[in-house]
Every structure is written in structure tokens, then in C-alpha cells.
Design a protein around this ligand. Sequence first.
Ligand code: HEM
Length: 412
Amino acid sequence: MTEARSNSVQQFEGEVSFQPGTPGFYANPHVLYRALRERDPVHAVPGSSSWLVTRYEDVAHVLKDARFGKRMDHSGPPPEIEADIRPAVELLNRFMLFRDPPDHTRLRGLVSKAFTPRMIELLVPRIQAITDELLEEIATREEAELVADFAFPLPVIVIAEMLGVPAGDRQKFKDWSNLVACLIDFNASRSLFVEGSQVVQELTEYLRGIVAERRRSPQNDLISALIRAEENEQKLTEEELIASCVLLLVAGHETTVNLIANGVYTLLTHPEQHALLLEKPELIPGAVEEILRYESPVQMTSRLAQTDVIIGSRTITRGQEVLVSLGAANRDPAVFAEPDRFDITRQPNPHLAFAAGIHYCLGAALARMEGQVAIGSLLRRFPNLALAEPAVTWKESVVFRSLQSLKVRLIP
Ligand code: HEM
């Protein structure tokens, strides 16, 4: 979907219905989201038993209310899974992202210590050094493709170093993580799960090898710390350990990449905001918050009603899925004045780009720091940075807001 940028959100024509494949949706989903917020805020998704909520208040409520969870099968034997899709299904099922308490609490507790704002502060010099190296590499050229050359490698190298897996294998992580990200998307097909299952086996074998190595000679990295948790406290199975590594590898890929690329694109298409940031570099933390709100890298997540729950005038029945639109909530005029205006000085900015409640993004402090260092350093180094092509293409995903590519002219 190609977008010729427009600052305003046009009026949606016709009946409001969540059908992401319709023309123009991926170029600008906000047209439909505005219509849904205004005309059908708790929307019955056509052709399914799912609901879609788009108002800030409802989104925050679903994310924070324990009557909405990630699974229904808390008791009894797990359902039969066909062999050809089992590896992929089982891997996703082990992610803390798809668990409820008490499993969620246990899994999150084991990795959360590595992601506190204090721990992330300690990483800043390393994040800056990696950023500078990447900028040095592209500085020799007149043009660069910022997604592949800059936005993607930075978070991958950082998380690979934190975990203790060789950053040199990043092409492999890229392929694996693209696939796992597709599996997380709502319209993932059965055939994708079959293909995914083969790739998942390859990926888990790779990580199993590294885990075995770290068992023999522990290092000062996250995998060694997780092994200690597994061996000493018996709080983690090897399968859960591997799934947690996969989740961290993937979580840092498809999201922070979008934060950096969407941020640079949005600044370059809003020259007055770009100029303001160049003049006042200390505005970078607020600029990153506004990018997270305005082009939220994760647009949507979901929950399952654990019991019947009323939202507005609708009753969500036990077992029904609720799609939660973070992207729509972040443009709700009930909370954000002039929500379609990109304003790096916006305050307060209580966006939900990292969700809310018990699954609030574990990597939020890291992602914010990476975004600030990456975007701030790029703009400082290339103050006359410009788009090489005015139109961009957004990937066809309802979960991630991702640019296919971002070609820029590197004018120092
Ligand atoms: C969860 C967004 C970067 C690790 C989440 C959720 C969102 C999110 C919306 C919650 C999903 C839900 O409630 O269903 C983002 C965005 C990022 C980002 C927008 C970048 C701009 C990262 C990074 C990491 C990370 C860099 C780690 C390396 C996680 C983990 C969870 C999570 C482990 C699951 C937390 C849980 O279930 O308790 N993220 N994320 N994220 N994120 Fe992030």
C-alpha cells in the first residue's frame, strides 16, 4: 500500500466494518479507526466471534482487567495439536506474552531484572557505540535504506549481546524472527504454522546448542542467568528457557525497528517538527513518546474474556476474543487534543503503545533508550537528511506498523 502522506484523517465512507484487506487500510488505518471509535466503539468483527475495541478508555480497561486473559485452557489436559503444526504452536504457548498468572508471573519475574531502567542506563554507552558504528558504515554513501542498514541491525545487535548469542548470526535471527512475527499476526494461516514449525525446530536447535555451551562455561549474559534460574531454583524448564530467548529476540526485532523507521519517516514528513528537534535536541525523549503514540509500532493485541463482561452496550461472552487497538486508542480525541497532529512537545502523553496491565512491555525502557539514541544520533550526524522517495509502502499487517523500506539521502 503506497501512501502519499497526508496530515489529516479523511472521513470514512460507507458502513464501518473491520476488514483490513480493503484498499487504503494499510496506508492509513486511522481513517477506519476514527470511524469505529465514533460510530461502533465495541465492534463485532465480521465473519468471526471476535470484538474490536478502539476507544482509549475501553482499550485500557480490557488490558488492565483480570477478567480478560490470554488463554482459556487453564485446567484439564491440553487440546490435541496436529503434529505438523505442533512445534510452532507449542513455542508460542510458552511465551510469557501468551500466559496468565501464575505462569506469567513466574516467567516474567525471571527475566524482568535485566530490563529495569537502571540496567538499561548501564547499556547506554554500548547502544551509542553500536549506533555510531552503523552510522559510520552508511556515511560513505549518498543514499541508504534505513530499515535494513540502520533500524534493523541496532536492536538486533543489542538484544543478541544481552542474551549472549553471536550478533554475527543476525541474518538468521532476521529470517527466524520475521517468521515468528507472522505467526503472531492475527491472520496467520495453517500453512504458515506448518512452515513455521520447520523453522521453529531449526531455531530451537540453534538456541539449544548455545544453552549447552553456556552450561559448560557460563558467561555474564542473560542466557547464563536463565540457566542459573533453571538449575538452582528449578523455576524454569529448558523448553521455557528457549521460548523466552526466542520471545526476546523477536520482541526486539519487529518493534524497535518500527519505532526507529516510523520515527525518522514521520519527522522527515513534518519538517517543522524535524527543525524543532534539530534546534532543541533535548526534546528527543518527548519526540520518541510522540512517535510511539502517532505511529504505534504495535497496533493491536488481543485478550480472551474469562467470564461474561459488559463493555458499553455490548456483552462479551466467556471465551470470546477481544482485539485491542492500541493504534486507535492512541489517536482518541477524548485523551489527546488534536490527535492527528504530530507534536513532539505534547504533554502529557499517556499513550498505550507499550500496552498496560500485567503484560506491559518488558522491553519498554530498552526500546525508549534505543529509539532516543538512534534517532537523536542520526539527525545530529545528518542534519539535512531527506527522503529519497516521497511515497512509502507499509507492510500488510494489522499487528505491526512497519515500513517495507525507507530510502533516504544522507546529506551531512
Ligand atoms: C510485550 C510493544 C520493544 C519485550 C509488549 C506489548 C506491547 C509491546 C504492546 C504487550 C502486548 C500485550 O499486552 O498483549 C513494544 C514496542 C516496542 C517493544 C512498541 C518498541 C518500540 C520490546 C523490546 C523487548 C520487548 C526491545 C525486549 C528485548 C517484550 C516482552 C513482552 C512485551 C518480553 C511480553 C511481556 C509480558 O507478557 O508480560 N511489547 N515492545 N519489547 N515486550 Fe515489547
